[in-house]
Design a protein around this ligand. Structure first.
Ligand SMILES: [Fe+2]
Length: 196
């Protein structure tokens, strides 16, 4: 008997998390560990038969997040993110590392660097340092405080796999930057033990 798609997907996602733990246990979330995770996630994202659109309802507008695996006790989170054409997000950081890999569609991710010394509350300046066109075969890693912004390009929805050091539901606290106003706004953390 062959396994159905949902069972094969679950199996592949769990295997990815086991490998991710093996790497993180050995190295921690170093740049080389995140690079290794990115390669593994990109390989998983290439198995498009595991992520049929029929299994992941589209957003009504903007974006939608589907959780593939959410580990207990502030463990890792593996998610599938769908962005509709035109969806944009302002520059932000997550406060936790992540790796991304494109399943389908195209999304432009711009990477930014903070350029002030963070000494003035509510004030921040950032500079654009690069960009990644997320399309099938492409992925990238972000360290805890890296800043990115996103824009879905083209007419197709963008589908991305994202592995985060914490599940999305726990870190939705992100720091949002408004470069046009040189301002920054931090949202409270929902992680276990965090002062919210
Ligand atoms: Fe983000």
């Amino acid at each position: 008997m062959t396994m159905d798609v949902a069972a094969r997907r679950k199996d592949a996602c769990n295997r990815l998390l086991r490998r991710a733990h093996a790497i993180l246990d050995l190295e921690g979330s170093t740049p080389s560990a995140l690079h290794a995770l990115k390669l593994k996630l990109t390989a998983l994202a290439a198995r498009t038969e595991l992520f049929p659109v029929s299994d992941f309802p589209m957003p009504l507008a903007q974006g939608r997040l589907h959780t593939l695996v959410a580990e207990a006790d502030d463990g890792l989170g593996l998610h599938l993110l769908i962005g509709m054409p035109g969806k944009m997000s302002q520059p932000h950081s997550h406060g936790i590392w992540c790796v991304n890999a494109s399943v389908s569609g195209k999304e432009r991710h711009v990477l930014w660097r903070r350029t002030d010394d963070a000494s003035k509350p509510g004030y921040a300046t950032i500079a654009r340092i690069g960009e990644v066109l997320m399309e099938p075969g492409h992925g990238y890693a972000m360290a805890d405080l890296d800043i990115h912004s996103q824009e879905v390009v083209g007419r197709q929805p963008s589908v991305i796999l994202a592995l985060y050091g914490y599940t999305f539901e726990r870190f939705t606290p992100v720091v949002w930057y408004q470069p046009e106003f040189s301002s920054v706004r931090a949202l409270p953390s929902r992680r276990a033990g965090a002062a919210s």
